[in-house]
Design a protein around this ligand. Structure first.
Ligand code: FES
Ligand SMILES: [Fe+2]
Length: 367
């Protein structure tokens, strides 16, 4: 789909109505590892904050508040990263040269002041907990400042480099983060949004109309349950079947794993082309109210056939996501949704997802 079409279907001035808190608690993906070299800084916006992510000479990643406590310079722009006085990772403000220790944010050096004077000033940066996992840098966000009680799962094929990232796509989407995360449990939308070859807004030519009636994607879903030992994970198994002229042709099983509030791992294994495996991973950063940064990374096993397979899959994935985006960019939450029996998985998911909201009194199903 072209950008023009997406713009056409994006309403930016709609009222958002009542909705859940804008930023869930948990590990929020803010940057891809490939975008941060040693001694480099990157400004990022996440859950309403301006942050700076930097990689020290040790290779470790650190995340701090963006603005220097002295006179407010932005530490993501022209700041210097290196080994500080104590020999550990430090960041030096570009404005007056104050130096801060990465581990706790303490100011350890102010040019032309002695240690006593520096200690008296006791300047400190806010340091955010972060973790680098599966090629992505996450920051822990918790409304009440609580410590992390879980971590995103390690995907060994990514960490061990058995899988390679063959495609990555980024979108800016205007909706609440939960709209995206719950989409895969919304069974009733699959036949309307994802099964037809062409979407209803398309003006079909005769041959498109013929194709539309000949080919369809049937999606059967088995949404299981929250994985009890790991309550921050939710799982589903989805079978996608392509039908041509009424005949079933290509069946593919996808394992969906929601990891916390902002990561969805869709993994597959197929005997086609000698056996290929991989995963499509969706990362969502709620940058500001109703503003999301959505990144899709597509991994596959080594080999030419696997790459081709993954690229084709990526094409169809984007095709489907852009259909969802037309809905996401224009919808709003309804305070009292009219659920039917078909919506049971989405109701279950909403209950599960409410664990990521700080306000425990928030009635997640009373929208
Ligand atoms: S503003 Fe950062 S050292 Fe002055
Ligand atoms: Fe969808």
């Amino acid at each position: 789909m072209s950008d023009i079409k997406l713009e056409k279907f994006c309403s930016t001035n709609r009222s958002m109505g009542e909705r859940p808190p804008d930023y869930p608690n948990g590990w929020i993906p803010v940057l891809e590892s490939q975008d941060l070299k040693p001694n480099q800084t990157k400004p990022v916006s996440a859950f309403g904050y301006e942050l700076v992510v930097f990689r020290g000479p040790s290779g470790a990643v650190h995340v701090i508040d963006a603005f220097c406590p002295h006179l407010g310079a932005h530490l993501g722009i022209a700041a210097k990263v290196g080994k500080g006085r104590c020999g550990n990772d430090c960041i030096t403000c570009p404005f007056h040269g104050w130096q801060f220790r990465a581990s706790d944010g303490q100011c350890t050096l102010i040019p032309n002041l002695n240690d006593n004077e520096i200690n008296t000033i006791n300047a400190k940066l806010t340091v955010w907990r972060c973790i680098e996992r599966n090629d992505v840098i996450y920051v822990w966000h918790h409304y009440d400042g609580a410590d992390p009680h879980w971590e995103p799962d390690i995907i060994s094929q990514i960490e061990d480099k058995q899988w390679q990232c063959v495609a990555r796509t980024e979108y800016s989407i205007d909706c609440h983060i939960q709209e995206i995360e719950e989409n895969w449990t919304d069974m009733a939308h699959f036949p309307a949004v994802h099964v037809p070859l062409f979407y209803p807004y398309d003006q079909l030519s005769w041959w498109q109309d013929l194709l539309q009636r000949s080919i369809s994607f049937n999606i059967r879903t088995n949404w299981t349950t929250v994985n009890e030992p790991e309550p921050y994970n939710a799982m589903a198994s989805i079978d996608a079947l392509t039908t041509v002229f009424g005949y079933d042709t290509w069946a593919m099983n996808f394992q969906f794993k929601q990891v916390g509030p902002a990561t969805l791992v869709i993994s597959y294994e197929s005997p086609l082309a000698g056996g290929v495996s991989g995963a499509l991973i969706q990362y969502v950063n709620p940058v500001a109210p109703n503003k999301l940064r959505f990144i899709l990374r597509n991994y596959c096993s080594q080999g030419f056939r696997s790459r081709i397979f993954a690229k084709v899959l990526n094409y169809f994935e984007l095709f489907m996501i852009e259909r969802d985006m037309i809905i996401w960019n224009n919808k709003r939450f309804i305070k009292t949704a009219r659920y039917t029996k078909l919506d049971r998985p989405i109701v279950k998911f909403r209950r599960w997802y409410s664990q990521f909201y700080a306000d425990k009194n928030y009635n997640v199903l009373d929208w």
